[in-house]
Write a protein that binds this ligand. Structure first.
Ligand SMILES: *Cc1c(COP(=O)(O)O)cnc(C)c1O
Length: 399
């Protein structure tokens, strides 16, 4: 049965998704159902069992309408998805998805510019289970294709790459994976389905840290994995075996964030582009690593495949090192120093090029050690953020 509003545009589905009268009656927002236990009518009702899918009370670990509504809303905005599994964090979603698709003896190919904890999962947890992780340069399609072997069961993608922000040719990478019988999992946290639709571009499983754009208010941690029918079932069964469940309170918070994600992303994307342009013209900046900026690495692929951006990008200072970077970061007043991103508040974090053997990092990063900085543009007035950056540049060079 087609759901109400299922033929609408993504901006509308953000509002209508997950609002099912059969789950939560006439309430606009699903109540927070705090319960571990569902009471059955009688022995016959208990014996009748319940299908293992959202929408059927069974026991708290399988969720309540609060969690189902969020999962359903996320499925609604993910083109090609049949269902979504929620995890207590983005890292739990990555680990959960990889554990759902891999078995001992398998080889996993991991993009070399992946989120650092993804590297750790591949090199630590998965290794202990006899899974062999190999890293590849996502901009070198020929070498990537050569990396496949009989045992390659999955590829882990991320675009743009964490920190260094290169956009890769996801449709080509996913097609090569499929041709080689491997499942492709992608970390789509940066773009969200509003900016890039992974399953429509050949990927099998789309993972997000909901802690970032979807939650949007730096007050909750959660992750998700969305997929078509077959992979969704595997994700679900694996998550159930691991016992991962998210609290109804957190699900309600994330669902509230989801409703306004469209306007928040539009605002932070526009502000980020304005600030990226301003930074690009500064003599103190060697490179702006922002896919939305014309001329930046990956911009052509971003234009081809993406329908949106966000407030997260990086810069490389020109001819300056760790000491200047520290002075710059410390002089910022509106940008808090901290991890995470995608919240309403702007953040800054210095970073050093990821340890990798392939063509990363870009030449400017290598030429300016200790000079890379990541910015997350929030919802402040961009003119104030520019003034803050301007002040910090002055402080950087004024010892
Ligand atoms: C933050 C982040 C994650 C992990 O999310 P948590 O909710 O913090 O566990 C995964 N991928 C990317 C790209 C991230 O930036």
């Amino acid at each position: 049965m087609a759901k109400k509003g299922s033929d609408t545009r993504p901006g509308t589905r953000l509002v209508t998704g997950g609002r099912r009268a059969e789950w939560t009656g006439a309430a606009v927002n699903p109540p927070v159902w705090r319960t571990s236990t569902h009471l059955y009518e009688d022995s016959a009702d208990l014996a009748a069992g319940r299908p293992n899918e959202d929408g059927h009370f069974y026991y708290g670990r399988r969720g309540t309408p609060t969690q189902w509504a969020l999962a359903d809303a996320l499925t609604d905005i993910e083109p090609g998805a049949d269902g979504t599994v929620l995890y207590p964090s983005g890292v739990a979603a990555i680990a959960g998805a990889l554990l759902a698709v891999l078995k001992p003896g398998d080889v996993l190919l991991v993009t070399d510019n992946a989120y650092e904890p993804t590297r750790s999962i591949a090199q630590g947890l998965l290794k202990r289970f006899g899974i062999d992780a190999r890293f590849f340069d996502p901009l070198d399609l020929a070498a990537y294709e050569d990396a496949f072997c009989e045992r390659t069961a999955a590829v882990m993608l991320e675009s743009p790459g964490s920190l260094t922000m290169e956009v890769c040719d996801v449709p080509a990478l996913a097609r090569i994976a499929r041709d080689n019988g491997a499942v492709s999992v992608i970390d789509n946290t940066w773009a969200s389905p509003l900016g890039f639709a992974p399953l429509d571009h050949g990927c099998d499983i789309s993972v997000m840290s909901l802690t970032k754009h979807v939650g949007g208010h730096s007050d909750v941690m959660m992750g998700s994995a969305s997929a078509g029918k077959a992979w969704h079932r595997k994700l679900r069964l694996t998550a159930q075996s691991l016992g991962t469940v998210v609290s109804p309170d957190d699900a309600a918070l994330v669902l509230r964030g989801l409703r306004t994600m469209g306007v928040r992303l539009a605002q932070s994307t526009a502000a980020a582009l304005e600030i990226a342009r301003w930074l690009d013209a500064r003599p103190e900046v060697a490179r702006v690593l922002c896919p939305m900026l014309p001329g930046a690495p990956g911009h052509a692929l971003w234009r081809r495949d993406f329908t949106g951006g966000c407030g997260l990008f990086s810069i490389v200072l020109s001819g300056r090192g760790e000491a200047e970077r520290a002075r710059f970061v410390d002089a910022l007043e509106l940008f808090g120093i901290g991890f995470s991103w995608g919240g309403y508040e702007s953040l800054v974090v210095p970073f050093d090029p990821p340890r990798s053997a392939t063509s990363w990092p870009p030449a400017d990063l290598a030429a300016n050690p200790g000079a890379a900085i990541r910015l997350s543009i929030g919802l402040e007035d961009p003119a104030d953020l520019v003034a803050d950056l301007d002040r910090a540049f002055a402080a950087m060079d004024n010892r």
